[in-house]
Design a protein. Sequence first.
Length: 82
Amino acid sequence: MPQGKKSDKRFTAISRSIKRLRTERGLSQNKLSELADIHPTYIGQIERELKRPSLKILFRIADGLKVRPAELFEDINRRKTG
């Protein structure tokens, strides 16, 4: 978790969504980083909740995963209602 920032379950849900979608598609972090034009280390840091991505980065990740950006946020809603 980034220093000085409290845990935020919404970022946890987004990080988990990215990892889940990536693995469902059989993509490595390196391959997703190529598709999204993001450094592979940054993908890993997002998945481990060490970095909080901007919307611009989330859009690039969604494009790399070939999903609607909203799909990255779906687990937030599931956790609140489930």
